[in-house]
Design a protein around this ligand. Sequence first.
Ligand code: CP
Length: 305
Amino acid sequence: MRHLLNPLDLTVEETYDLIKVAEDIRENPDKYCEVAKRKILATCFYEPSTRTRLSFESAMIRLGGQVLGFSEATSSSASKGESVSDTVSVVGCYSDIIAMRHPKEGAALVASMKSAVPIINAGDGGHQHPTQTLTDLLTIHTYKKKLDNLTIGVCGDLKFGRTVHSLITALVRYPGVKFILVSPEELRIPESIREDVLQKNNIPFEEVETLEDVMPKMDILYMTRVQRERFFNEEDYIRLKDRYILDMNKMKYASDDMIVMHPLPRVNEISVEVDSDPRAVYFKQAQNGVYIRMALIMMLLGLKA
Ligand code: CP
């Protein structure tokens, strides 16, 4: 039995296989519509979500399986003090696989230690969000036809943004990748990613505060939301939240084939006028989340089309 807690739980080869299966699912959905018949996915979400929870549920239903779960801690017995370990021990009796989101870093790891069924980390605090990364890799592969030799700009809340931590962790395994990290001083990438992931793997990167200057060099611009829920101080959030707003004026600095990605939800960091630019792929990215989660469920449950 395998869990997915971190993007590195999958080898480069396994990640590529998932992308190829997801691309086939996107082209031939009917081939997969009964693959998970009589299987049940549980979604245990202790934190709000639209895309991750609903795309997991959509993925399982599109595979012919069924879903159950809870979408907030207050509607589960966590509100009575039940531990994560006890909850997954029980939910594993009702389901074949569990996707779990929790505000605490490491919660999915704790869950995996007691679980009798595969645990998928659907986001643990500011730590990791591996299925968002798989979604991102599928999107990059779709538009760039490769995952290597790319310059990726990541902009916004690099401190608390778990999607960024997972994406960088996954991408450093591909030759020729470079990162341009754009953030205010207070929201710089954590040392654990700068030193243990980027520097340790000799990945070229620069850290800057101004977006326009570096946009011409990017193949991908990955925008992120300032993570209000992880701030201790509302004043700091208000001061930083609108620091980067990508609008059509700024898009003039980008190359014609740069793509704009965002894990969503967006607040103000991408102006809605950018949505109609062909380089804006964030809604297609959200759609890709269904196909890659279908491929992942199949892999973790050992299912074949
Ligand atoms: N990208 C993402 O994780 O979105 P949700 O918080 O809506 O699941």
